[in-house]
Every structure is written in C-alpha cells, then in structure tokens.
Ligand binder design. Structure first.
Ligand code: F6R
Length: 613
C-alpha cells in the first residue's frame, strides 16, 4: 500500500527520497509525488504512474535539487482515481500545509462539510484533503505547527500514517500514525521517516517504531515524540537486523523469483535454534510461557488473510492431527463482523507476513476484546501485529519484497509445524522418537526444495504450453487442499489467469461441468492415504478431455499414465508435504506470468501490505 519517505538532515533530500520510494515500490501504488522545502516556499511535483514517471517530470522542469528537507509518497488509490491531481502530496491553495498520508480518514465527509462551510475549497477527490484544511484551520488559530497537527488529529477518525510540512516552519517535519506503520531512522544529524525499514536501512540501522496515537516532530538536530493527547514519550532506539543485500534483487530478474529460490535458506532460518540438537525435540522461546495454556486449550482459532489464511488452513490439519485440539480458521476480514463466539481464555493464532494487515489487526483486537489470548506467527520483526500479540514466533523468512507471497508462506507452514509438534510433545501425544522423526525430516526439507528448484527449466517448459490459457483448476486433498487454493491464488494475482482451487473430491459436485479440452487441471497428488481417490479424480478429468498436470512423488510413475505433464517432487511426511508441493506451483505461476509479460513483482491493483480495511 501507500509508501512514505521523508528526509531531514544535511544531505540533498531528493535523491534519498526517490531511492526510498523505489525501495517501497513493492508495496503497490499507482501514483507518486514529492515535496521539498525550497527558498521560495515548498516545491511540489506529483504524477500518476510509477516513480520513474515522477523522475522524468522532475528532470524536465528544474525542480530544486539542493533542499535538505522534504518527503515523497507512493499512493495506492482509495478515495479518488489514481491521477495527477489525487496523487500526494496534498496541499491547500497557499501551499502552507502539505500532507502525505497512508490510510483512510473515515469521518472525511462530515469534516469536509464543516470545512467547506468555513470556506475551504476542496480541489481533489482524496480524503487526505480534509486533513490538510483541518490542520490549516487550526494553524490560523494557533500559529503553531505542532499544536495544529495535534488538534487536527484529535478530530480525525480512521487509519493514518502521515507526514506534514508547513511553509511557515520549514525546518520541521511532523509525522503521526494510527493504524498505518511509520518508522523513524535516526542517523548522525539526519533523520529518515518511512512506512517500513527497507527505505531506511541504506542510511541507518537505528530506528524508532512509532505506535498508534503517537506523533513525532523532527528537525535536523533532534526529534521528540508525543501522544496526540500531548503526553511526552521516551522511546529507546532499536536496531534493524536485516542486511541491505536481502532487499536487493541479487542478480535475479524479479524479487519473486529470488524469493522462491531463497526458500531452502528461509526455511532453515525459521528452523534455526528451534530443534534441540540432543534429542530432536522442539523449543520455541516465544511460546515457552504459554505452551501449557495452548496444550489444554478447548479449541484454537487461527485468523489471517490471503496466503497467510491458506497457511492457517494447513495449520488446522496439523494441529488437529498432532495435538487433537479443534481448530477454526477464520478470514480476518469476516471475523469481527459476525459477532464471533470467543470465550475468555480461548487461544488465537494470528498469521501475517507484514504484521501490518488492517483486517488481521482488527480480528486480533476483536479477539482480545472478547478475552482471547492472542499469539502471532509474524515475519516482520517489530511490526504492529508482533507488538500487539501476547506471545508468538517470528518466521524469520527475511524481507519479502515481491507482492505475491512465496517464502513467507513456506516459513509460515514451517512455523505451524513447529508449533504443532511443540504442543504435541508437551501433551505427550506423540512419543519423542516420533517427534524426532518429523523434526529430522523438517531439517531435510531445504535440500528437498533445492531438488525441486533444480527442475525450474522443466516447469518453465510446461508453463509455455499454457501461455494463452484463460482458466485453470487446481485440485488437492487433505493437507494439499489449501495448497490448491494457494496455487490458484498465485496464478490469479500475477498472471491474471482465472484460477480456482478445490478439494479434489468436490469436483464432481459442480466444477466438473467446466472440464473440457480447454480446461487445464493441476492435480497435487503426493502418495498419501488419499492417493488412490485422487487418481480416480484425475481419470474423471481425462474422461472429459481435460488436460492434467500432476505433481506427485518421485518414483511414483503410475500417475504418469493419466497425466499430460507430470512434475515429480521428493517424498516427505504428510504434515510437511505442503511445503514441497507449493514450490512447483510458485515456479509455474511465476514463469507463466513472465511469459505473458506481466509485472510479477508489482501486479496490477495489488499492494504488498494491505493497511486499509
Ligand atoms: C498473496 C498475498 C496476500 C497476503 C495477505 C496477507 O500472495 O501476499 O494474500 O498473504 O494480504 O498479508 P500479510 O501476511 O502481510 O498479513
């Protein structure tokens, strides 16, 4: 979603802002803009399209490149179409107050009506503009920039991460957050504010994470944090732990491809230090204090969105089978609107790569309000969900820049396997040698993924055959039903081919009507207890002239007879099978999207981290 980068210090602000915006491009956006303090006021340029379009605009019209104070924004449209006018920064007619904003102002309409009555003229279709005029109206009364921002924010309902410049107090940037992340990077007499740490890391590792309801006033010498209720906040600096190389493409054409190929390593990072060398049992520091509670939970709720929700579905199978605890998996976006039944002491796992997804946060809040204990399975260290949960684990997959989630998903599955094993071992439901068998297998998974990655060329050749197809069906059973959903989602989001995932046996209850020679069907069929049934499903597809691409265990050749194309993967236990079966589906979707000329890292209309509900 929208990205913010602001700089104040001794260096030229513009290149730092532009480079920062490029680092945030992965979040998804449709227009971009900048504002810098110049001798004659505040210079602003904005443009629909990409940061590169903005750069071209800046190059042709002699924009002030010497300024040391300014900010930039990439906008993902919510109110008003993505055109030059609605691009941020948004400002008043005198260019006194200039705002960039992530999020949605929910009481926009009532504020607008009031401000129009006061004589303010709205020039854009954005909700942000009411914030501009609101701050301006307080500035007219108080003549104090900081007070005006604070008073305005007290009147605003909704989600925001904002940065504000004021022509009359040009050596200052004020930023605030409520629901949309903002991080302040603290360097040597320079400060960088950004929506996430990826834009900050080239400059400093020292950061302060702003919390909801906080605002920070930054000059080139110092910064001070207050709540929007005007209470002073002291906050220690934290250190960013990931490296610059992790957010670069490192020789790959796309981040998505890099992240697919990184999975042997990212999964190892999820496992690191969590399997005891002496006996193969699981230890998870983040859950040590709550494992007893989890082990005796009457039920566990898992909530998440999108790919993370698919991980949750696999988690349901794992926890129910290994721990014998009933699990309910909820779309976070539905959870709080259906008056959910949550008993005090219920346990909820919240899964999120970014740790910032608005729907997931809302579900978390709702569950907490109703008395549940809430645990996180989160990738981004220090993110809002990681902070708002009572305990949990980090997946340590490293920064995921490609909009389509890949390595974060397999790390979520790995984390869920570890959690299930931990609970099962705590309840003594599985003997230690059984646990060890699975953890030994977990440690072999990275090498098995490498074997699948070695087949990239073959998968690319198969993808070529389907370059012009319009629909695709994904079938799987048991542990691999959620993988069918995930495979279909990957294909839809990056190649724009319509795809659907089904439990294989459901096909005969409806989707079979779609099968003909133009309907390719991907069948995930590892050799498990449902294998024979799935072979029958494949035969049903073949009988109707459907084209079958099968994914099954190596050495399992009988399936080839019924498959037009067959992809073989190493065998593993059923609990871990989805980690392997997902990989060829990621490679297939990636190659197909590239062949179709799609922008795989930034698919249309999508945002990496969905911070609005
Ligand atoms: C799909 C994808 C999304 C996210 C979803 C949740 O490839 O990336 O479906 O999984 O938006 O995001 P997080 O995990 O950041 O909460």
């Amino acid at each position: 979603m929208c990205g913010i980068v602001a700089y104040i210090g001794k260096k030229q602000a513009l290149p730092i802002i532009i480079n920062g915006l490029k680092k945030l491009e992965y979040r998804g956006y449709d227009s971009a803009g900048v504002a810098v303090v110049s001798e004659s006021g505040i210079a602003i340029r904005k443009k629909a399209g990409k940061v590169a379009d903005l750069e071209r605009l800046l190059a042709v019209n002699g924009f002030d490149k010497t300024s040391t104070v300014g900010f930039g924004h990439t906008r993902w449209a919510t109110h008003g179409e993505p055109n030059d006018l609605n691009a941020h920064p948004i400002y008043d007619d005198d260019q006194e107050i200039i705002v960039i904003h992530n999020g949605i102002i929910e009481n926009y309409n009532s504020l607008k009506i009031r401000l129009e009555r006061e004589g303010y003229i709205f020039r854009t279709e954005t909700d942000t503009e009411c914030l501009v005029h609101l701050i301006r109206s307080h500035f007219k009364n108080t003549d104090n920039f900081e007070t005006s921002v604070r008073l305005a924010l007290n009147e605003v309902e909704g989600a925001y991460g904002i940065c504000v410049l004021c022509k009359s107090e040009p050596g200052k940037i004020i930023a605030a957050r409520n629901g949309s992340p903002l991080v302040l990077g603290v360097g040597e007499k320079e400060f960088i504010l950004a929506s996430d740490a990826t834009a900050i890391i080239p400059h400093t590792r020292q950061v302060v994470y702003l919390l909801d309801g906080e605002m920070v006033t930054v000059t080139c010498d110092n910064f001070s944090i207050k709540t929007i209720g005007d209470e002073k906040i002291e906050r220690a600096l934290e250190e960013i732990t990931f490296d610059l190389e992790q957010i670069e493409k490192g020789g790959y054409e796309h981040f998505m491809h890099k992240e697919i190929c990184e999975q042997p390593e990212s999964i190892m990072n999820t496992l690191r230090g969590r399997i005891r060398k002496d006996n193969g049992l699981v230890k998870l520091g983040g859950l040590t204090n709550v494992v007893d509670k989890l082990a005796f939970a009457k039920r566990i709720i898992i909530t998440a969105c999108g790919t993370a929700w698919h991980a949750g579905l696999v988690g349901e199978y794992m926890i129910e089978q290994m721990c014998r605890i009933p699990v309910e998996v909820e779309y976070a976006s539905e959870f709080r609107y259906r008056d959910p039944i949550v008993y005090p002491g219920d346990s909820m796992f919240v899964i999120s790569q970014s740790g910032e997804t608005a729907d997931t946060r809302a579900a978390l809040k709702e569950a907490k309000k109703r008395g549940a204990d809430v645990y996180g399975i989160v990738n981004v260290v220090g993110s809002t969900i990681a902070r708002e949960t009572d305990a949990g684990i980090y997946t340590h997959a490293g920064p995921e820049i490609g909009v389509a989630s890949t390595k974060a998903f397999t790390s979520q599955l790995t984390g869920l396997a570890l959690i299930s094993l931990l609970i099962a071992q705590h309840k003594s439901l599985m003997p230690p040698n059984e646990i060890k068998k699975i953890t030994d297998e977990l440690l072999r998974i990275p090498d098995k993924i490498k074997m699948i990655l070695d087949q990239s060329d073959k998968i690319k050749e198969i993808a070529k055959v389907f370059k012009f197809c319009q629909h695709m069906l994904y079938l799987g059973r048991g542990y691999n039903f959620p993988v069918a959903l995930e495979g279909a989602l990957k294909l839809k989001e990056i190649s724009y081919i319509h795809a659907e995932g089904y439990p294989a046996a459901e096909m005969k209850h409806g989707p079979i009507a779609l099968i003909d020679a133009n309907m390719p069907v991907i069948v995930i069929a590892p050799k498990d207890s449902t294998y024979d049934k799935i072979i029958s499903n494949i035969r049903e597809v073949k009988a109707r002239k459907g084209v079958v691409i099968s994914i099954s265990d190596e050495h399992n050749t009988d399936i080839d007879e019924y498959s037009d194309y067959s992809i073989k993967i190493p065998s593993t236990c059923k609990f871990l099978s989805p980690i392997l079966t997902t990989i060829p589906l990621q490679l297939f979707a990636y190659n197909l999207a590239v062949l179709r000329g799609c922008n795989v890292d930034q698919p249309r209309n999508l945002a990496k981290s969905v911070t609005v509900e």
